[in-house]
Ligand binder design. Structure first.
Ligand code: ADP
Length: 617
């Protein structure tokens, strides 16, 4: 008895189909890459089952992909002997988009202008649905590998509906029939299909036949000796592996026989998906045992913060029948992990030494991953710290320094690594707290990324040298005597400081003469080691109730403005103008740091000061 059921696609699928059917995307051939890649996944999965589970349909069936044509019906057929689908899986996998990444991508796609959609489609691939760019109708015949499964026929014209009916299918696997649109007949040509496969799918690890003819492919390139492979082989493999049009930034081919056997090819992509603000990248390294895929996108070897690394790790020492859950606790995996991580960090360190330009590309894309690593991977913290780059008071905003080079440039009597935090390099560069450091020729690192301070907090020290926030540093200019020669003036300064303490009240912890300023009139600093203002801003964002820690207001008696204030205070201590100007001195510092919470009184005050200045001209 035949029974046909009608279904409606999930709304996201409808939306995707709508975009695809009307898309201007030129490289429609990618549909084949997507279908072959699905077939490979299905074959990989069944291969694993065959080796570990005796109880499956068609246990001895050859694992392969067949492509054929029925020209009279404008039909291309792609068939695999993979894992197949049950009815529930058909509904779940083909009728809905489970992947949150794809849904996010879709959202982005639908917000993008039609002509820019084209780029996105090519970049991310849109799976099975891309076939509707070339087909006006698609039939899927499928039968699951699970014992006693029935066959099903799925049909859709790419509009909002599909149907499923029972169907006798002899063998396990999936057969996809594309009824091509009139204008897409080129895909009925064997040569065209062969070319597309050579271009996108030459590393398919299972035999591919087109009209019975076996197509040449390169299997498991990671097991081949490095000497037999050229740069282009790696690039091509990467493009196949990642469905990418772009070469990788760099690759790493590793082989080891002891203490554990493994082969690995790892890639660093040239562009980061995370930078595009669309995805959190998924783990990208597949785990194989003797060329059989055990786990795709395994997070067991590659820690989460290295999720941008793509590739393959294959070890004979990993038992095939290892349960996916116990991979994590496996001692062999642990050894491979240690070995591989060391190689990866060494690779980046070497790259940084030998080819800074290229390393800067990596840094630009993945510096946040490295920083995440320092915060989360205690064992490799010091190794990752070698990869960090900073702008600094000596390198400016164009160049970077790493920590090793900073330490090499340190003054003889310097024991700490100084840093200053802020939102952009320009304002960091003008921070008055740096004046004393400049004068003494001490280099200061610029921490312009909010993550930097968290990183420093975790590291605490590098190569035995502790990190120190400049504002908390005990740095004194040697020439203080010069300004303090005038005992009378110093007494007046002391009186003015007493006055400031009164008018500032409990807004600040203390008022002092500064030993760190050269030119600027004043500065706000920490009374002792504490989080920087930047860090406090983050805390405030997380918790509205958070109140900024009280800081010390330091004044520079050598500064002309301060001299004037001291003079007025001596002459007319109860002058209302003196009070206005003094309060504004503090507000200026708070404005500079972006922590002012009473802008509505500060602005009229500034305007009042301007008015008086204007009138006096
Ligand atoms: P993706 O491959 O990115 O998951 P697709 O839309 O291409 O997205 O496929 C959706 C799902 O349908 C796959 O994840 C898989 O579960 C199932 N599928 C597709 N093609 C096949 C096939 N040839 N054999 C078995 N399952 C398949």
């Amino acid at each position: 008895m035949e029974k046909t059921e009608q279904f409606e696609f999930q709304s996201e699928v409808k939306q995707l189909l709508d975009i695809l059917v009307y898309s201007l995307y030129k490289h429609k051939e990618i549909f084949l890459r997507e279908l072959i890649s699905n077939a490979v996944d299905a074959l990989n999965k069944v291969q694993f089952e065959v080796l570990t589970n005796p109880n499956i349909e068609d246990k001895d069936l050859d694992l392969k992909i067949n492509i054929s044509f029925v020209k009279s019906q404008n039909k291309v057929v792609i068939e695999d002997t993979g894992i197949g689908m049950t009815k529930e899986e058909l509904i779940e996998n083909i009728g809905t988009i489970a992947h949150s990444g794809t849904i996010d991508f879709l959202k982005k796609l639908s917000e993008t202008k039609k002509k820019d959609q084209v780029d996105l489609i090519g970049k991310f691939g849109v799976g099975f649905y891309s076939s509707f760019m070339v087909a006006k109708e698609i039939h899927i015949y499928t039968k699951s590998f699970k014992k006693k499964s029935k066959g099903y026929l799925w049909k859709s014209k790419g509009d909002s509906n599909y149907s499923i009916e029972d169907m006798v299918k002899k063998h396990r696997g999936t057969r996809i029939e594309l009824f091509l649109k009139k204008e897409e007949k080129e895909f009925l040509e064997k040569l065209t299909i062969k070319d597309i496969i050579a271009k996108h799918s030459k590393f398919v690890p299972f035999p591919v036949y087109i009209d019975e003819e076996k197509i040449e492919s390169v299997a498991a390139i990671w097991t081949q000796p490095k000497s037999s492979l050229k740069q282009k082989d790696y690039d091509d493999f990467y493009k196949f592996f990642e469905n990418s049009q772009e070469e990788p930034e760099t690759h790493l081919h590793l082989s080891s026989d002891a203490p554990v056997q493994f082969n690995a090819i790892l890639f660093v992509p040239k562009t980061s998906f995370e930078m595009a603000g669309i995805f959190k990248a998924e783990p990208g390294v597949d785990l194989y045992s003797r060329k059989v895929l055990i786990k795709k996108g395994s997070s067991d070897i590659m820690p989460d913060y290295l999720r941008f690394i793509k590739g393959v790790i294959d070890s004979e020492d990993i038992p095939l029948n290892i349960s996916r859950e116990s991979i994590q606790k496996n001692i062999i995996i642990d050894k491979i992990k240690k070995h591989i991580l060391k190689k990866i960090f060494d690779h980046f360190v070497k790259m940084k030494q030998k080819d800074m330009d290229r390393y800067l590309g990596v840094w630009k894309n993945y510096n946040r991953n490295f920083k995440e690593g320092i915060a989360t991977d205690f064992n490799n913290r010091d190794k990752i710290a070698q990869l960090l780059l900073f702008h600094s008071s000596k390198k400016g905003k164009e160049e970077f320094t790493d920590l090793k080079a900073y330490i090499e440039r340190m003054n003889k009597d310097q024991n700490e690594i100084y840093y200053v935090t802020g939102l952009d390099i320009e304002s960091l560069d003008k921070n008055p707290a740096l004046e004393a450091f400049r004068k003494k020729d001490i280099e200061v690192l610029y921490l312009g990324d909010p993550l930097d301070e968290i990183v420093i907090d975790h590291l605490r020290a590098f190569d035995g040298k502790a990190f120190k926030l400049v504002e908390s540093a005990d740095i004194k200019l040697d020439e203080e005597k010069e300004t303090t020669k005038d005992k009378e003036y110093l007494k007046d300064v002391g009186n003015y400081i007493g006055y400031l303490k009164v008018i500032f009240g409990d807004k600040i912890a203390d008022v002092k003469i500064s030993q760190r300023l050269v030119d600027s009139p004043c500065i706000l600093v920490h009374p002792s080691d504490g989080p920087s203002v930047q860090m406090e801003k983050v805390m405030k964002m997380v918790n509205k109730e958070y109140s900024f820690s009280k800081r010390v207001f330091e004044i520079n008696p050598k500064n002309e403005l301060i001299k004037e204030m001291v003079r007025i205070h001596k002459k007319k201590p109860d002058s209302p103008e003196l009070k206005t100007l003094s309060i504004q001195l503090l507000d200026n510092m708070m404005l500079r740091e972006g922590v002012i919470d009473h802008i509505d009184t500060a602005v009229p005050r500034i305007q009042d000061i301007m008015f008086r200045a204007a009138k006096s001209i």
